[in-house]
Design a protein around this ligand. Sequence first.
Ligand SMILES: Cc1ncc(COP(=O)(O)O)c(C=O)c1O
Length: 401
Amino acid sequence: MEVHRERGQGYYIFPKLEGEISNYMNFKGKRKLVWSINNYLGLANHPEVRKADAEAAAQFGMAYPMGARAMSGQTAYHEQLEKELADFAQKEAAYLLNFGYQGMVSIIETLVDRHDVIVYDSEAHACIIDGMRLHFGKRFVYPHNDMANLEKQLQRAARIVQGTGGGILVITEGVYGMAGDLGNLKDIVELKKKYQFRLLVDDAHGFGTMGRTGQGTGEEFGVQDGVDIYFATFAKAMAGIGGFVASSREVVSHLMYNMRSQIFAKSLPMPMVIGAMKRLELLKTHPELRENLWKIANALQSGLRERGFNLGRTQSCVTPVFLPGGIQQASWITWDLRENYDIFCSIVIYPVVPRDVIMLRIIPTAIHTLENVDYTINAFTEIRKKLDAGAYPGGFAEIPV
Ligand SMILES: Cc1ncc(COP(=O)(O)O)c(C=O)c1O
């Protein structure tokens, strides 16, 4: 395994991308059809986005503002973007985050103290797990989307906070970014009628892709009001960097004055802020971007299912394709797809999936075409035939790089 890691670096792991990246990109000097980029709406190369990014960089440079928000990093642009994000997320207020991952870690740490109990889904993203590592109080996990078990955990948590005087924070994702299924937001919000808790939703993959207007998974289920703290990153549908949290004015104010990742870190630079404003404007005013995304995702998912592929339980654009095999076969498939079909696609292996399962994870975007979809379905069909025929042998030493 160690040897495979060293041999495979730059190819299977840390692959080096080259040139412009759209639905195609260059890898090792050759053009590849790429299904592994976080650019759901195709905004990364949108001419208006590129112009806004470039003009903001020309006007302000990449450094401005030169300090943390509370000290010397606040501008009218930051406040304007926060207002627009709060309005879009249907919350009273919003606060910008420099990165989604760090933001979520810090949000969790800030929202709870040792008297509080966190109840969370077993498939929660690493940023949620790592946020909880900073929590001094109790935490209870419920099996992924198991509502009966969630209720049991809420009963346990309620007994504890009766004694401590604390509160309960339930954490779920909107769209689970690996398997593509949705957090059961409707039923979780329904449980608020019986139990007192606040709900924090990580909607990294739902923001801009789910819901009638792209507001996210809360809108999709019609329960955005029941989501007390809404979190999303700019790194997926917005094809940017940074993120935000939106909630009541009271909660956002608490976060502003207590979130260590923002208090003790430099503010988001101006091109990111102005660039995010342009992206949000396009997301809101160009529903055809989301329609295109779903056209591609639906064609891909229905085409693969017609050919008998197992896509698990996805209900979003995230398209996992499950095949039997270990890391050796997964590596061979990746190589075969790249070298013989010119398809660049990420694979997910143990421990994210069980040892004998390969997950090829396809991320469709609005800039892919139906020809890209047909071509990929045919390539996957050939790959599976080869896998079934034993064409990808075991043994790390034989795996090509
Ligand atoms: C569910 C989820 N939360 C948070 C993040 C982190 O976001 P960022 O890339 O902005 O740090 C991601 C991105 O991988 C994610 O998928």
